[in-house]
Design a protein around this ligand. Structure first.
Ligand code: CP
Ligand code: NVA
Length: 308
């Protein structure tokens, strides 16, 4: 596998990667997970810049860098000079002189784009308001493991289709040939952002359908949901009432195929977007997804940051 074409690139959104590149990176992740391919980032450092909380992203990137023989350092944005007005551009230029890569979890996608513009080292998106590409890479790896491929499947996402998780799911899965259905309330704030939807459509091999009826779950191979109140939306509690009809419960899962799988990026709000019987039930692969964050990201780190 020749990884030279990935060296030094940013990983901000799956819109920037072709279908064959995404397939190759997932294939690498599967091989690294099985120990069939070994990669080393010995002597390399990755800074983890956080503006929002995290469990999985922080721990999987830190543990992942250790596994690769490198080092990760956690940086809380509020404790940096960014919190006192230093510019994003100067911060990116400075980081570039110390470490070999940056993973950033920020509120605004435009800020990570600005960071990447001035960074001379790879910048990896660990979640912004618009995208969560590392999560979708792990999700697609999980679907490969359970279903053999992503292409040709019916993938249904219920809930907030106007935010990071649906955007990345729509882009990634449809690019690899799945038909992606987003089911959400008939209100602008829950619909995908127009510019993201249009770009995803242009690149899609499978269908992208946005609807409001839960009957669209019929025949689904994969059912996905996400929290109804994302980080930064804590004062929008009306979301709980708006999204209530889209809860993933046993009745809903019965509409999907018999062997359908249930996915959630976590953290889950049990009793809201999903009930215990589903997330702890026979459909659920949520901890495979969580584990695959580590493997999918290690493949991305090895490809972008080089090493042996
Ligand atoms: N799925 C995910 O990104 O989890 P964290 O917010 O815990 O990092
Ligand atoms: N949509 C969620 C994803 C959490 C991993 C959020 O942005 O909070």
């Amino acid at each position: 596998m020749d990884l030279k074409k990935y060296r030094g690139r940013h990983f901000l959104t799956l819109l920037d990667y072709t279908e064959s590149e995404i397939r190759e990176l997932i294939d690498l992740a599967v091989k690294m997970k099985k120990g069939k391919v070994k990669k080393s980032l010995k002597g390399k450092s990755l800074a983890l810049l956080f503006e929002k909380p995290s469990t999985r992203t922080r721990v999987s990137f830190e543990a992942g860098m250790t596994k690769l023989g490198g080092h990760a350092l956690y940086v809380d944005l509020r404790t940096t000079q960014l919190g006192r007005g230093e510019s994003i551009a100067d911060t990116a230029r400075t980081f570039s002189r110390y470490v070999d890569g940056v993973m950033a979890r920020l509120y605004k996608h435009t800020v990570i784009e600005e960071f990447a513009k001035y960074s001379t080292i790879p910048v990896i998106n660990g979640l912004t308001d618009m995208f969560h590409p590392c999560q979708t890479m792990a999700d697609m790896q999980t679907v490969f493991e359970h279903k053999g491929d992503v292409g040709g499947l019916k993938v249904v996402f219920l809930g907030d289709c106007g935010f990071n998780m649906f955007h990345s799911t729509m882009i990634g899965f449809s690019k690899l040939g799945a038909d992606v259905y987003g089911i959400c309330p008939d209100k602008m704030e829950y619909m995908p952002k127009k510019e993201v939807f249009e770009k995803a459509k242009k690149q899609a091999k499978g269908k992208i359908v946005i609807g409001h009826e839960i009957e669209l779950v019929e025949g689904a191979d994969v059912v996905i949901t996400d929290t109804w109140v994302s980080m930064g939306q804590e004062d929008e509690q009306k979301r709980l009432a708006d999204l209530k009809p889209y809860q993933v419960n046993q009745e809903l899962m019965k509409k999907a195929k018999k062997d359908a799988i249930f996915m959630h990026c976590l953290p889950a709000h049990r009793g809201q977007e999903v009930v215990d019987e589903v997330i702890d039930g026979r459909w659920s692969v949520v901890f495979d997804e969580a584990e695959n964050r580590l493997h999918a990201q290690n493949a991305i780190l090895a490809a972008l940051m080089g090493g042996k």
